[in-house]
Write a protein that binds this ligand. Sequence first.
Ligand SMILES: *Cc1c(COP(=O)(O)O)cnc(C)c1O
Length: 371
Amino acid sequence: MTLPFFPPDLFEADREILLKTLYEIGTDPEQRFILGKRTAALEKALREATGAGDVIACGSGTGALTLAVHALDIGPGDEVIVPAFCCQPVASTVVNRGATPVFADADPWTMVLDPDHVESLITERTRAIMPAHVFSIMADMPRINQIAEKHGLPVIEDAAVAQGAVLDGLPAGRWGDIGVFSFFQVKAFGTAGEGGVVLTDSPELAQRVRQLRNHGQDGVHRFLHHRIGYNSRFDEILAAFQLHRLPTFGDRLERRAQIAEYYTERFAPLRDRGVVAPPPGRNGRCYYVYSLLVERREDLRAYLTECGIGTHVYYPVPLPLQPAFAEFAPEGARWPGAEQVSRRNLAIPIWPHMKDSDVEYVADSVCEFFA
Ligand SMILES: *Cc1c(COP(=O)(O)O)cnc(C)c1O
């Protein structure tokens, strides 16, 4: 039995469609490969799916965060509160604008940022709060938004991994003043390449983002640059491919959620063995990754490798402890929650085309190790 963590056949079912799309767009007399009618159709489909006022497709999730930070006019002297336990772009996009990332600690169970710590970090230089959803769990957006509102701050919602999640009736990506999704292949709505979107209800922010993604142009007047922007454009082939995959996206999310429910039930008895499963439930959840917290992580990992089961450790070093962000880690500051989850998280396979017998084998193997 071999169950890789990253399956090699993620897009196998859609292979013919992808080839057909490639041929169609490649031979279309229009010869338009970026930001054409297919991108516009995908933006419209995602507006309808989320209810967002506007959706702007761009080059990647990182590109989307860059555009969001820039559109809010964040720059030198400004501080943005970001998660300490996350991937680099939440902090690098802030630094690349000349601003300062301020790292908020993670909750030691849910792994998302701790709202109390966020509030304690607000200064007169704070210009935005950037919560990120992590693995299967959305950040505590009601509390984050309450804190942001109290202090008059905008929220940049990094929903790169949470597309399709709904918290208290409102979809992920719509809780912030500006939100982002990523289409990187392993994300919830991943694709066979790079891509992402910015979502916002603000027409002003949307217009800025649209201009910034294509060198400050407005999409009508070529070579008229309203502002200094980026190349963060979206690919027509991937737009067509994502439009094709959108109607079945909900089914894949549902299958992931069912696998997660089964795992969580099976792992509940392991709690006194130092294994903590994510909290059960569907509200504010998107099972893009299923991550356990395990005291004996390396031993379990080695055992599962022997069983032919691939696992993955995300973010083994919290951002403020990375060499790249050393200058933004205040002397003596600690992030005990982030350090703990960096040391203990272990993700196990949860792809939608796993068979029931595969899922049972993974759960059995984990339980066997602790038997
Ligand atoms: C993947 C990811 C990003 C970046 O998205 P890319 O499309 O890979 O650039 C940003 N934030 C989070 C939380 C992510 O998981």
